[in-house]
Design a protein around this ligand. Structure first.
Ligand code: BGC
Length: 448
């Protein structure tokens, strides 16, 4: 198989983990109406059904953290896909709400693992000039998963027990990931770090020209042999030397999540229902999914051309503007004509999604896959992923509660998200650095 095609195929298989991430987090948006009926959900139970996946997501990195560096990137992904298979079956057959929450916790656990391991697996296999686009396959797959869940929700809407059919749909990509992972190679960089250079060279030869393969092998061996690369002890992540990458992993996900993305991804139907009837609101939600996917395709083209930092600036300014518009639509609802208010709300949300998808969305996963040293990359990237789930949990948990207060009525929530995004400009200016065109080893040298 042609080398380009092969690497795309491998990244595509691994990225199915992202599809499951998107599907299992997004599906709740459309499954909730029938779940409410089926289980007589109280608001308390409802927030647990939504947030169980996110709580599981927080636990996942603690499993992947030690195991990704110890077992390797491939085996840990096989384990995660098995958990996805079990979780999908359990949620689809759930006889009661406790069972359902248990199944969603398992799905979250698997999502937390793949979110830590898939981006770094792809980053370690990718040639440097294509790393941005290939790792962004993961984000593209997340958006496709979200879109799939919305479309499935739209198709099954109105059917009794529609939620079971929706959850069964998640079983299919889980089975694909489980099977596919047996056909992809182990990460050559991980193999080298375990002293298995011959196997690594075999993998590299399939993906690069023989000269490039040898050069990459040498470069990785060199960086590992330097004393300053450390013993692979996770504690070095918290030393002064790695302060910048540590801050990047915390800051990028804090801003990504407090930009309010998942208030929209999980609750857009409820938000749109404030202005439209039920079916129109669901259709508007499908629109969110479609735009998210197309804009991510654009990101794939831009990341390795324009670079990470300029896109981050564009995304932050754009999302802040859109959040302000949505906030105003709520704040001025009594003085604005209804049509204008609808335009501001739908237009603001759709444009927000475009700016998010070309910046904060892919950059979170991309940066945590590339800024850490090889010896602790698995652990460090898992900690980055933990930050994602931690912040995500609080946004998802707080949004319905805040929306029920005056901050929901007057659009204040969106004002808060806008402020966070504006503060993100300082983070982009003083913490993030450009990684476009640099090899993972070049980046690692920066920390020495
Ligand atoms: C975020 C998710 C979000 C998704 C939306 C991802 O980068 O990590 O929390 O739901 O983008 O596309």
């Amino acid at each position: 198989m042609n080398k380009n095609l092969l690497i795309t195929f491998i990244a595509g298989i691994a990225a199915t983990g992202g599809l499951l991430f998107g599907f299992d987090t997004g599906v709740i948006n459309v499954a909730l109406p029938t779940l409410r009926k089926a289980f007589d959900l109280t608001p308390e139970l409802e927030s647990w059904v939504v947030s169980a996946v996110l709580a599981g997501g927080m636990v996942g990195p603690f499993v992947s953290g030690p195991l990704t560096d110890y077992l390797g990137r491939k085996k840990i992904n096989i384990l995660a896909s098995l958990i996805f298979v079990i979780g999908s079956i359990l949620t689809a057959i759930a006889p009661n709400v406790v069972f359902l929450i248990g199944g969603r916790l398992l799905l979250g656990l698997a999502i937390g693992i793949v979110a830590s391991t898939v981006p770094l697996y792809i980053a370690e296999l990718a040639p440097k000039e294509k790393r941005g686009q290939l790792v962004t396959f993961f984000q593209l797959a997340i958006t496709l998963g979200i879109l799939l869940s919305y479309v499935v929700g739209y198709l099954f809407e109105g059917q009794e027990n529609a939620w079971r059919l929706m959850f069964w749909t998640g079983f299919i990509p889980a089975a694909v990931l489980f099977t596919g992972m047996f056909f992809v190679p182990e990460s050559p960089r991980w193999l080298i770090s375990k002293g298995r250079s011959e196997e690594a060279l075999l993998v590299l030869n399939k993906l690069r020209t023989p000269e490039q393969a040898l050069e990459e092998l040498k470069e990785t061996e060199e960086i590992l042999s330097e004393k300053t690369s450390g013993k692979g002890d996770w504690k070095i992540l918290f030393t002064k030397k790695l302060r910048i990458p540590l801050f990047i992993g915390i800051g990028i996900f804090c801003i990504q999540q407090f930009s309010g993305i998942n208030a929209i991804i999980y609750y857009s139907t409820d938000i749109f229902k404030k202005l439209f009837d039920g079916p129109t609101a669901t259709l508007a939600t499908v629109g969110v999914g479609v735009i998210n996917t197309f804009a991510t395709l654009l990101a794939i083209r831009l990341l390795d051309k324009i670079g990470r930092k300029p896109l981050l600036y564009i995304g932050l300014i754009g999302t802040a503007f859109c959040l302000g518009t949505v906030g105003l639509a709520f704040y001025m609802k009594d003085s604005l004509p209804a049509a204008l208010q609808q335009w501001m709300l739908v237009g603001g949300i759709y444009t927000y999604i475009i700016f998010f998808a070309i910046s904060l969305g892919p950059l979170g996963w991309l940066l945590i896959s590339e800024v850490y040293p090889l010896k602790i990359r698995g652990f460090a990237s898992s900690m980055g992923s933990f930050n994602h789930w931690f912040f995500d949990f609080w946004v998802a948990f707080s949004f319905p509660r805040l929306a029920a207060t005056s901050l929901g009525d007057n659009g204040g929530i969106f004002g808060i998200y806008m402020l966070v995004v504006l503060l993100g400009l300082f983070f982009a200016r003083y913490v993030v650095f450009e990684t476009k065109g640099l090899s993972l080893e070049d980046i690692e040298k920066k920390w020495k």
